[in-house]
Write a protein that binds this ligand. Structure first.
Ligand code: CTP
Length: 403
């Protein structure tokens, strides 16, 4: 999954020959999972049709302040468009439009939208080589840069004039990669590695049976998704679940038993910055695994169980730079039990969920948690979706590792 997935991308097209490439650009943004809207200058329509762009973006394309073809003219609200955008990309950005943007000129819908946008603005210049180097154009770049706008530099090559030099708009693929990397580089967990355990473990009784639990894995998967969306590189070690996840920053490592999860977690732990152990690991496993399917020969059956290794505790014993987070599911004496686990397992933070809280626990879409850190600071939260709990948790971790 691209970091652009779910983002609202507003593409501003000004009137240069490179506008013909914006059909591919819209297609690539849509393919990355983004919602795309297009605003174009009137002269951009000489180079590419609004119909092409509205078909590809699956949204109406705007180029004037009112809907021209309509007798009951409807105002195209540039303020709404500007506010809708998470990212505004002007591509191609002609010398004319750049100069107007740099000087607050507002004589078309694209420019009015630019002045209304509160989101990050990127611009991909496209012009002939002498225009690209002209002091006036350089002044526009400088001013836009000072406004906090981000330039996607033009490349060198053959230009529409037949001359060869700098001024070609960056290729659509490179514009997408540029924007993705720029967004990623600014995320608070960029460069951090996070290990997450999720789901239940299955402990084999015989070749066809196991001891398991009702953990859905949802909480751990939400934590993985949120971590990756904040820029972290994630190793998600998961027991058997129905959860699905696809994200370029998440490596999923499936495991089955507590021992598998122990081995895999230790394999990855050494160079991670944060480890969040949300899996519902079986505390006991059959002492012997029958090599053949057990027959119902007698009216009762006893299976001798033995303790599994406590993964969290073992990591607490060897941790160095790692910020270690555990979960505690309690039914009574919740705070005291959770504080005890925090100390015993040498954690930085424990996330307590009490089974006494309605809507918290295994199979629900929601959770109600309390964070306790190793200074015994207690933060209680309301019942919320597991996705929002994941956001609270990552915000807390970012606060603590930055402190
Ligand atoms: N955990 C683990 N390995 C185990 C058991 C638990 O890593 N073999 C981790 C869980 O992922 C969770 C935390 O330990 O982060 C707490 O699990 P929980 O079952 O609530 O606590 P226990 O320490 O097993 O204590 P008890 O079951 O006695 O309450």
């Amino acid at each position: 999954m691209s970091i652009l997935s779910g983002k609202n991308i507003l593409l501003g097209i000004s009137g240069g020959i490179a506008a013909y490439k914006t059909a591919s650009l819209v297609r690539l943004f849509v393919k990355s999972g983004a919602n795309v809207k297009v605003v174009m200058t009137p002269s951009a329509k000489d180079f590419i049709t609004p119909l092409t762009l509205s078909t590809l973006s699956k949204n109406p394309v705007h180029s004037s302040f009112t809907n021209e073809d309509d007798d009951n003219a409807v105002w195209n609200n540039h303020v709404d468009l500007g506010l809708w955008a998470d990212v505004f990309i002007v591509a191609p950005a002609t010398a004319n439009s750049l100069s107007k943007m740099a000087n607050g000129v507002c004589d078309n819908l694209l420019l009015a939208t630019y002045l209304s946008a509160k989101c990050p603005v990127y611009f991909a210049p496209a012009m002939d080589l002498d225009m690209y180097k002209h002091p006036s154009t350089l002044k526009s770049f400088e001013k836009l840069n000072a406004f906090g706008n981000i330039m996607i530099p033009a490349t060198s090559g053959e230009l529409a004039s037949g001359l060869v030099g700098e001024g070609r708009m960056a290729e659509p693929e490179d514009i997408v990669t540029f924007v993705e990397n720029d967004i990623l580089d600014k995320l608070p967990l960029r460069g951090k590695k996070i290990l997450i355990t999720a789901g239940p473990t299955y402990e084999a009784i015989d070749p066809v049976r196991f001891i398991g639990n009702h953990s859905s894995g949802k909480m751990g998967f939400e934590i993985a998704k949120t971590s990756a969306n904040l820029g972290a590189q994630v190793i998600l070690i998961t027991g058997p679940t129905h959860q699905k996840i696809k994200h370029s920053l998440i490596k999923v490592v499936p495991v089955v038993s507590a021992q598998d999860m122990y081995n895999t977690t230790h394999e990855y732990f050494e160079d991670v910055d944060v480890a969040i152990l949300s899996a519902a690991v079986a505390d006991f496993k059959p002492k012997e695994i029958a090599s053949q399917k057990i027959k119902k020969a007698s009216s009762t059956l006893s299976i001798e169980l033995t303790k599994t290794k406590d993964i969290l505790q073992s990591l607490g014993q060897i941790k160095k730079q790692q910020y270690l987070v555990g979960f505690a599911l309690e039914t009574n004496n919740e705070l005291e039990n959770a504080k005890g686990k925090l100390k015993r397992k040498n954690l930085n933070l424990i996330v307590l969920n009490s089974l006494n809280d309605k809507g918290a626990g295994f199979k629900t879409e929601t959770n109600k948690v309390t964070f306790i850190d190793n200074n015994e600071t207690i933060t209680e939260f309301q019942l919320k979706s597991k996705a929002d709990v994941a956001k609270d948790l990552l915000n807390e971790i970012i606060k603590q590792i930055d402190a």
